[in-house]
Write a protein that binds this ligand. Structure first.
Ligand SMILES: *[C@@H]1O[C@H](CO)[C@@H](O)[C@H](O)[C@H]1NC(C)=O
Ligand SMILES: *[C@@H]1O[C@H](CO)[C@@H](O)[C@H](O)[C@H]1NC(C)=O
Ligand SMILES: *[C@@H]1O[C@H](CO)[C@@H](O)[C@H](O)[C@H]1NC(C)=O
Ligand SMILES: *[C@@H]1O[C@H](CO)[C@@H](O)[C@H](O)[C@H]1NC(C)=O
Ligand SMILES: *[C@@H]1O[C@H](CO)[C@@H](O)[C@H](O)[C@H]1NC(C)=O
Ligand SMILES: *[C@@H]1O[C@H](CO)[C@@H](O)[C@H](O)[C@H]1NC(C)=O
Ligand SMILES: *[C@@H]1O[C@H](CO)[C@@H](O)[C@H](O)[C@H]1NC(C)=O
Ligand SMILES: *[C@@H]1O[C@H](CO)[C@@H](O)[C@H](O)[C@H]1NC(C)=O
Ligand SMILES: *[C@@H]1O[C@H](CO)[C@@H](O)[C@H](O)[C@H]1NC(C)=O
Ligand SMILES: *[C@@H]1O[C@H](CO)[C@@H](O)[C@H](O)[C@H]1NC(C)=O
Length: 302
């Protein structure tokens, strides 16, 4: 008699504990700002149907080990030598193609807004040739082919801009403009003059880029270099976005992209713009864990 009542109570309590955990996990994703839930770098433990696989009361152990240790570990790699804390911290490699619509959208909708807010914390490297092929002809000249009509020429404009423009803000603006304007132009040609002026680039540099874009001898080695890098990084689809040279992960489809970048910035350097979108995994541990542990001990008491 007494036994059955106790079993029922234990069962109800376990169900209650799981229910609480689920509610909290939902709240979590809200805090972390919806779309970022697909980001495999997230420290949030997957709430994967525990009721089916775990008969024991909400095994809290994984939750404890998942606290902010990941962020703290990153601190060592941060170049903290500069007191102004304005050195670039997150290396962002963007593999793309000049006439690929997803590349155009990524740079314009995700990378530009992120750069505007976090430019002091990131170092963006552009690699504008990934899906084309380069072979050597019998006469030793190069046979360079691209996926889309006009794309090799457009890639060359990007390569020239990357090698001639020294200021990172001017360069990212030039790349954004060249992508959008080139993609939207009827003959798929990058308007170098227009984009140079839009990006506040010196007219002398604009001339250099224009000459360079017409000189394959100058840009060929750069395209070869990009092809080598893309092959090493296993790039198949573009854009592909890699943080800190770790090519096993691609952040290009992470929306909003800024969340993914914020996660790479050490806790103690988190800028204001990142704080409002911080991960909610701490909430889970601090808020719900004590309740579950409390319930667990309560059951043992009975
Ligand atoms: C996660 O992203 C992949 C592509 O990167 C997409 O196919 C998949 O549907 C996404 N899953 C969720 C749950 O958003
Ligand atoms: C990026 O390019 C788009 C399309 O041309 C433009 O609307 C946007 O203003 C550009 N972004 C910046 C920050 O220049
Ligand atoms: C940015 O990355 C490039 C390529 O990895 C590197 O050469 C450059 O020194 C970096 N710039 C800064 C300011 O860290
Ligand atoms: C260049 O390569 C493509 C395939 O990659 C081939 O179809 C084409 O014939 C080659 N052109 C020359 C001049 O060898
Ligand atoms: C490059 O070569 C690969 C493998 O041979 C082929 O699948 C792809 O279509 C080629 N791309 C271009 C743009 O020629
Ligand atoms: C492409 O079109 C623009 C005007 O829209 C023109 O100025 C430019 O010369 C054209 N380029 C080529 C290669 O046809
Ligand atoms: C093209 O570039 C090569 C290598 O940088 C250079 O030697 C050559 O003078 C350039 N040609 C023209 C016409 O500018
Ligand atoms: C790219 O790789 C090829 C062989 O894989 C090598 O011959 C070539 O020198 C490399 N080019 C550059 C610019 O790194
Ligand atoms: C690229 O892919 C190959 C096999 O698909 C794998 O062995 C290699 O480790 C990958 N390289 C990188 C840098 O991810
Ligand atoms: C790269 O990312 C993967 C997946 O997150 C991780 O398992 C691996 O340890 C990382 N590699 C390095 C060198 O940081």
């Amino acid at each position: 008699m007494e036994n059955r009542a106790r079993n029922t109570f234990v069962l109800l309590t376990i169900v209650f504990a799981f229910a609480l955990q689920c509610v909290s996990a939902d709240a979590n994703t809200n805090v972390a700002s919806s779309a970022a839930s697909n980001n495999s770098a997230s420290g949030v433990p997957a709430p994967a149907n525990p009721a089916l696989s775990n008969p024991a009361p909400a095994n809290p152990v994984p939750a404890i080990t998942l606290t902010p240790s990941e962020n703290i570990a990153k601190t060592e790699t941060a170049p903290l030598t500069d007191n102004s804390v304005s050195k670039n911290i997150v290396e962002i490699d963007v593999y793309y193609e000049a006439l690929c619509s997803d590349s155009v959208k990524f740079v314009s909708n995700q990378l530009m807004p992120t750069f505007k807010k976090l430019n002091k914390f990131i170092n963006v490297t552009f690699i504008p040739f990934a899906q084309g092929n380069i072979t050597v002809n019998p006469d030793q000249s190069l046979n360079i082919t691209c996926k889309r009509d006009g794309e090799c020429a457009a890639d060359r404009v990007h390569a020239c801009g990357i090698h001639k423009i020294k200021d990172s803000e001017q360069l990212i603006k030039f790349v954004n403009c060249s992508l959008s304007e080139g993609y939207n132009s009827p003959n798929k040609t990058v308007p170098i003059d227009l984009c140079g002026k839009n990006s506040n680039i010196d007219s002398a540099i604009i001339t250099e880029i224009t000459n360079c874009a017409a000189n394959n001898t100058e840009s060929n080695p750069w395209l070869q270099d990009y092809k080598n890098k893309s092959s090493t990084a296993n790039v198949t689809n573009v854009p592909k976005v890699v943080f800190n040279k770790n090519t096993t992960q691609d952040f290009a489809s992470t929306v909003p992209f800024m969340n993914a970048v914020c996660k790479e910035i050490p806790d103690e350097l988190q800028p204001e713009d990142c704080k409002t979108i911080h991960s909610g995994s701490d909430t889970l541990v601090i808020g719900v864990l004590p309740i579950i542990i409390g319930v667990f001990y309560f059951i043992k008491l009975i």
